[in-house]
Design a protein around this ligand. Sequence first.
Ligand SMILES: O=C(O)CCC(=O)C(=O)O
Ligand SMILES: [Fe+2]
Length: 313
Amino acid sequence: MPTQRRVNVKPTDSNGIEKKIKRGNAQRQASFWKRPLGYLLVLITLGACFVLGWLYVSWDNEITETLVRQGEVVQKPRLFKVECSEDYDSYKRYPGCTPQICGRAVTDAVVTHEEAHVLRRLAERGLSLAGSDGGASILDLHSGALSMGKQFVNIYRYFGEQIKEVFSEEDFQLYRVVRARIQAVIAETFGLDPSRMYLTKPTFFSRMNSTEAKTTHDEYWHPHIDKVTYGSFDYTSLLYLSDYGRDFGGGRFIFMDADGNRTVEPRAGRVSFFSSGSENLHRVEKVWWGTRFAITVSFTCDPDHAIADPTLP
Ligand SMILES: O=C(O)CCC(=O)C(=O)O
Ligand SMILES: [Fe+2]
């Protein structure tokens, strides 16, 4: 048989108990905050959280020094010299061009914000025709290579005459003007004869975002040496078309030196250039959010590897 439970409802008593519990809690809380030990515990916990957070961020980024920040405006090229590697010894030497001075430099005074904007729109239009399935797409105006899905197509062949609706003669003219200015500033900074250095391939617009990589072409973050990766490069330049921290997060350029990493934060119109040997091992930090646009424009000392400026067919 079910036993009947007797419930004694004593409102006055239970209210009394609640009051006692509340009083007890309040007293305990008050005494905790009165005790210096309480403060100390909170401070230690906050401090530990801060240190752990800071360690996480600095380990994740592996940044030891920022060479140039996005917010700075560098007028005269800022040159950071490094000793030349022996890489150039295995190549024929070209007086007036082969690196004697090596290093990296940054200037914001070669390409205006407006010019960077026009070039970015050009890149956006071109890359909107296709683009990679993964996080890195390129458009090479010289060869016509454009990322499409997991491979590349030739825009001049694939789109034929239609390409003239996407790019104008003025776009190509701007590319040529900007290329010539970059060549001049590299020559001046490294003490070269500009007429003895030549544009070389590949020269391409890049678009990077945080989409997961689908092929190795999307894995733009690997450390590399341009002279090894591209063969003909003696001087690499990067013209940034968007702003770190505004248009995208992550995506900083990282020089990986033996004693630590040194970064350049992209800024629209900023030209970063460097000798292409192993003295300038580098990588691009993964983009965390937004979209990063840039152009890689590179030069060789070997006339056999020279290419003409791109032209509309
Ligand atoms: O876009 C960048 O900042 C660097 C790209 C790069 O390393 C390359 O094109 O070889
Ligand atoms: Fe590179």
